[in-house]
Design a protein around this ligand. Structure first.
Ligand SMILES: Cc1cc2nc3c(=O)[nH]c(=O)nc-3n(C[C@H](O)[C@H](O)[C@H](O)COP(=O)(O)O)c2cc1C
Length: 331
């Protein structure tokens, strides 16, 4: 029997499969089926600070010389949230009671006070860990990268100090000096990084002159960005690393682990193919390890990380050069 166990956010998990933040944990029956199929931990969808304090949201549309649809003049309807804040806390309690797995609550705050207050409520409601979903779109040219990173590190430090349970931070890939930021988050008390948030690009409806939000499920090729950064950050961050975005097949899982991920979060694959897919993935990675005469997933862990590379400088530069040289007209 191959050993798939791992350690994530201080929890001993019997496999690296974490169900990522999404509607997958909205339904208690499905939560139980996720556990039966082999999920090792579950992250609930995010609680958004706007659920409590609705934002005054509207953006301007160009008018001069254009036909502007009446709809574009109307205030943007506030987003509909699946669970009101009190319902979220109650649901969290019910999920905890339904399964024996670590249950991670997710929070997307706006203000420092909001992050802190709601993270504490999530802990009090029984969350085993809190994932801070640091999804933020910065559009103000006066805001510097230093402002953003300092604010993030302060927020994470404040939340980590206030909670007894571990805190993970779900980041976007759009930071210029990610290893430095990771180290600062480490020092601030983050127990884990979840890499990366997907940025949902709104399409444009030219008739209505509106941005149209559209959520598409991920594809495996999105994983490559995650693999690269997990391999780089493995040496810069002491805590746990989880890959999210593009984990679909068993080879995706194995690659993430080889690069240094302690856990993989899966969402799109389960939404597309059903909860039972988890059991297949578990069986497939066990088979792969057996075929390669490995007794445990731990033997593969981090073997392709940058810190294990004998000459990191060559790795960084050579990989770029190899990519450019690998193009062939005959492909
Ligand atoms: C329908 C849906 C809802 C999601 N809701 C959240 C959320 O509330 N909070 C969050 O941090 N991520 C959310 N995500 C992002 C996922 O947690 C995950 O990071 C992303 O889908 C990439 O993983 P995947 O390739 O396995 O789908 C959502 C994704 C989907 C598809």
């Amino acid at each position: 029997m191959v050993d798939l166990s791992t350690r994530y956010l201080g929890f001993d998990l019997d496999s690296p499969f974490v169900v990522g933040a999404s509607p997958l944990a909205d339904d208690l029956d499905r939560v139980r089926r996720l556990e039966d199929a082999g999920a090792a931990a579950i992250v609930l969808r995010s609680l958004f600070e706007e659920q409590i304090t609705p934002p005054p949201s509207r953006f301007a549309v160009p008018r001069r010389g254009r036909r502007v649809a009446a709809a574009a003049q109307e205030p943007l309807a506030p987003p509909r949230f699946a669970l009101a804040p009190e319902e979220y806390l109650e649901h969290l309690g019910r999920v905890k009671a339904a399964v024996g797995l670590p249950v991670v609550a997710s929070l997307n705050g706006v203000t420092l006070g909001g992050w802190l207050h709601y993270a504490q409520l999530l802990e009090q409601a029984g969350a085993d860990a809190v994932e801070l979903n640091a999804y933020r779109m910065v559009t103000d040219p006066e805001t510097t990268s230093r402002d953003i990173e300092t604010g993030l590190v302060e927020m994470v430090g404040a939340v980590a100090d206030a909670l007894l349970v571990p805190v993970a931070v779900k980041l976007s890939p759009h930071y210029t000096a990610l290893p430095h930021l990771a180290r600062e988050l480490d020092r601030a008390g983050a127990a884990g990084l979840v890499l990366f948030n997907r940025f949902y690009q709104a399409d444009i409806d030219l008739e209505a002159l509106e941005a149209v939000p559209d959520l598409t499920l991920s594809r495996s090729d999105e994983l490559l960005l995650r693999l690269r950064w997990i391999a780089v950050l493995r040496g810069a961050f002491e805590g746990s690393l989880a890959a999210t975005g593009g984990v679909h097949g068993s080879l995706d899982v194995l690659k993430a682990v080889a690069c240094g991920a302690d856990a993989v979060q899966v969402v799109s694959e389960l939404l597309r193919r059903g909860v039972g897919r988890l059991a297949d993935l578990r069986a497939e990675i066990a088979l792969w390890l057996e075929r390669h005469e490995l007794d445990s997933l731990a033997e593969l862990a981090g073997c392709l990380s940058l810190e294990r590379c004998p000459d990191p400088t060559a790795y960084e530069r050579a990989e770029y050069l190899h990519v450019l040289q690998s193009w062939s007209e005959r492909r």
